[in-house]
Design a protein around this ligand. Structure first.
Ligand code: NAP
Ligand code: F7E
Length: 343
């Protein structure tokens, strides 16, 4: 019988790649969705006929228990979150509820459906659980590169909430013997990345500037350094973590550092434009407390999972520019036809 996976956050960037990967691996894939007709207007619209959906929200414990009980999954991937760091300063309480307490609620749903008793740890239960932890937990980094032992010093309400989610997953592993793992994933991007994140903001702007649709790109801290990889590669690591004999946490990243300025340079070079003619630094986009540098040490994932990335940073940025050029030129042609009255 096909294994069943339940993905929270299936409509997000990672959820869409993970759903494709698990379908290709022969899984029956269920997505937890919220809101009316949500899957039909999202990144997974073309997969809708191959997927199954169940309603639920990380803010609503009962909905999560019902969803896990209804699906009876072999594996739960908890990807749902408020994932844009600046939003966590605007709405810290909501971010903490979803990214922190939300993890506890999913773990409780799994524990209850597995029948794990709080007073009598039973050593597991049938459902394996993946938590989407983040390199933002390292924040003001204690050492470079960061590995599974590096201490956390989060710098945003997002990072603090993710740190709670990380430790409560570890605690359920230690308290109940639950097969719960956290993937500490560094930044990963793709043509499906949300438009608010810096790589996609850059590649969308480059496409529009190249097509004459706008002149300027406003950015914040160009000196920030990240370890950026391709989302399609990172979802393979999530799946591998749940196929191991023992549950343990893994860092996933490339081990390479690039600045926001490097990302800008590569993207503008891809269309033969000089970024200095177009990029404007807007101090309003600088964060209250910045994570200056991040760099993964993915040795454990390489050695134990056999995981490695297939796309390097330059290829990734060019892939995103090309995708945004195609998208913007289609929209451009469409609006020109509309203006000419011939549509
Ligand atoms: P994303 O594109 O922003 O997707 C977030 C998902 O969470 C969406 O499907 C959204 O659903 C869902 N969601 C938000 N609030 C919810 C709630 N209250 N109940 C149920 N679902 C809710 O994020 P992503 O880039 O795919 O990231 C996936 C996960 O990995 C997140 O937990 C993120 O924090 C973490 N992470 C990401 C990165 C990265 O570089 N991408 C790195 C480390 C960790 P709607 O469609 O309904 O809004
Ligand atoms: O910022 C700088 C900004 O918003 C990257 C999420 O997936 O990865 C992501 O979080 C850097 C920061 O991602 C702009 O200050 C400069 O230093 O693309 P980002 P993030 O904050 O690193 C982690 C691992 C996650 O877990 C998160 O969910 O770029 N930057 N100028 C800018 N960033 C943005 N967004 N916009 C700018 O104009």
């Amino acid at each position: 019988m096909a294994k069943r996976a339940l993905i929270t956050g299936i409509t997000g960037q990672d959820g869409s790649y993970l759903a494709e990967h698990l379908l290709a691996e022969g899984y029956q894939v269920w997505g937890l969705v919220r809101g009316q007709a949500n899957p039909r207007k999202s990144r997974i619209s073309r997969l809708v006929s191959e997927l199954h959906f169940v309603e639920g929200d990380l803010m609503d414990q009962v909905s999560l228990v019902s969803a896990v009980d209804f699906v009876q999954p072999d594996e739960v991937y908890n990807l749902a979150a408020i994932s844009f760091v600046p939003m966590s300063w605007q709405q810290p309480e909501l971010t903490t509820e979803v990214n922190g307490m939300g993890v506890l609620r999913v773990l409780e749903a799994v524990r209850m459906v597995c029948g794990l008793d709080k007073s009598r740890p039973t050593g597991g239960g049938g459902i394996r659980f993946y938590q989407a932890s983040s390199s933002e937990m390292y924040g003001k980094v204690a050492e470079t590169p960061q590995n599974e032992q590096t201490i956390f010093h989060p710098r945003s309400p997002y990072g603090v909430a993710k740190t709670y989610g990380h430790f409560i997953t570890k605690n359920y592993r230690e308290s109940f013997g639950m097969f719960g793992v956290s993937g500490i994933l560094f930044n990963h991007e793709s043509p499906r990345r949300g438009a608010e994140f810096v790589t996609r903001k850059i590649t969308m702007a480059v496409a529009e500037i190249k097509l004459g649709m706008r002149e300027k790109l406003y950015l914040g801290n160009l000196d920030a350094v990240r370890d950026w990889g391709f989302a399609g590669d990172y979802v393979r690591a999530m799946h591998l973590m749940l196929q191991q004999d023992t549950a343990t946490d893994y860092v996933v990243g490339t081990g390479r550092m690039h600045s926001v300025r490097d990302a800008v340079q590569i993207a503008f070079d891809a269309v033969d434009l000089n970024w200095r003619d177009h990029v404007v630094v807007d101090p309003a986009l600088v964060r209250p407390a910045e994570v200056e540098t991040l760099c993964a040490d993915p040795e454990k994932a390489r050695a134990e999972l056999g995981w490695k990335q297939s796309v390097d940073f330059e290829e990734l940025m060019r892939m995103m520019v090309e995708a945004d050029l195609r998208k913007a030129s289609n929209e451009h042609k469409y609006s020109e036809l509309m203006l000419a009255g011939s549509w």
